[in-house]
Design a protein around this ligand. Structure first.
Ligand code: F6P
Length: 367
């Protein structure tokens, strides 16, 4: 019988609530005790009433709610050793011996570090007399299970992260709305979408809305004179009878020298070189808001249930897993490997090896 802490961390994502609901209910069904940890890692550091046992009815209605009902934060204290040690103390005080973390790349890296350091923290807390020997013996190891909650779809080891599908839906709805006004006025629109250093949202939005041009971090324009190619492409499309021009730019878009490509700059180019009446729309946090789409409710639920099973299957030697979905199957893979593979994409971009970056992104879905 395990006591399972659940926290959501980093940027919220639609589907986190369905995931929390599934962990709570599966835990109870499996005779474990689930505990909410409020405000992400901050709740772990603060302890007290930020950690409380969850009941079946506490998660009623969670399936349809956007954001995260147990709160999230980007916690500075947890980046420090002392903050993590206080977190360990709070977990032990609440008798928690397994932790489910739903968050992005950074949050899961933090989780993996906590697990690696855990024995050292327990020994130090015992040495300082902050926990008893009995507590130290009982909590020699901590099982951590990660699930990727992020609209960016930027983590290797899963085809889809929880929230990406809903964010893409929202982007498509918004761009559809923009296109009706753009067409009326024969205007050009430059739409910036989120994704941090990942172009998945932008790429899929461009395909799904029929954009004329796209900028993503993994595949910067191949030539320095990309402005001329962009203008030629947009003009050809207008010449063929199209009444509007749509450029989608990922917020992390760069040129081949790694300089950012910003929506305002693109607007200025279209206005001065082509004379188009051009507007910029930065979709911003509307992409993260609102109710989860069907797929994120499904994904969150299936993965949340599997997270509890993974905890119950684990031995002290089992590496921390990340639950994902590959080729429509819910999967369990070592968290460390997923984080390392994700990091390699960033390294390839920094090294300006864009072919490799694209290859690694593709491989991370196929793996
Ligand atoms: O990681 C999710 C995300 O929405 C990114 O797409 C974006 O760059 C970032 O978070 C925005 O963070 P914040 O909500 O802290 O401004």
């Amino acid at each position: 019988r395990k006591n399972i802490g659940i926290l959501t961390s980093g940027g919220d994502a639609q589907g986190m609530n369905p995931c929390v609901r599934a962990v709570v209910r599966m835990a109870i069904a499996r005779r474990c005790r689930p505990f909410f940890i409020y405000e992400g890692y901050q709740g772990l550091v603060d302890g007290g009433d930020k950690i409380r046992e969850a009941q079946w009815s506490d998660v009623s209605g969670f399936l349809t709610l956007g954001g995260t009902m147990i709160g999230t934060a980007r916690c500075m204290a947890f980046r420090e050793l002392e903050g993590r040690r206080t977190g360990v103390l709070n977990l032990i005080r609440h008798g928690i011996d397994a932790l489910v973390v739903i968050g992005g790349d950074g949050s899961l890296t933090g989780a993996d570090r906590l697990r690696a350091e855990w024995p050292e923290h327990v020994a130090a807390l015992e040495g300082e007399g902050r926990i008893t020997k009995e507590q130290a013996d009982r909590f020699r190891t901590l099982m951590i299970v990660g699930m990727v909650g992020s609209i960016d779809n930027d983590l290797a080891s899963t085809d889809m992260t929880i929230g990406a599908c809903s964010a893409l839906e929202r982007i498509c709805e918004s761009v559809d709305a923009i296109l009706s006004t753009a067409t009326s006025h024969q205007r050009a629109f430059v739409v910036e979408v989120m994704g941090r250093h990942c172009g998945w949202l932008a790429l899929n939005a461009a395909i799904s809305t029929g954009a004329d041009y796209l900028f993503i971090p993994e595949a910067p324009p191949k030539h320095d004179d990309w402005e001329a190619s962009m203008c030629a492409t947009l003009k050809a499309s207008r010449d063929a009878g199209k009444r509007t021009s749509l450029v989608i730019v990922a917020e992390g878009a760069i040129d081949r020298h790694l300089n950012p490509i910003k929506a305002d700059y693109i607007r200025d180019i279209l206005a001065t070189r082509l004379g188009y009446d051009t507007r910029v729309t930065i979709l911003g946090h509307v992409q993260r808001g609102g109710a989860p789409a069907h797929f994120d409710r499904f994904l969150g639920t299936m993965q949340g249930a599997e997270a509890v099973e993974a905890i119950l299957r684990a031995t002290p030697q089992t590496p921390s897993p990340v639950i994902g979905m590959l080729e429509n199957k819910i999967t369990t893979q070592p968290l460390k490997e997923a984080i390392e593979l994700t990091g390699q994409v960033a390294q390839a971009i920094e090294a300006k090896d864009f072919e490799r970056a694209i290859g690694l992104r593709a491989a991370s879905f196929a793996k």
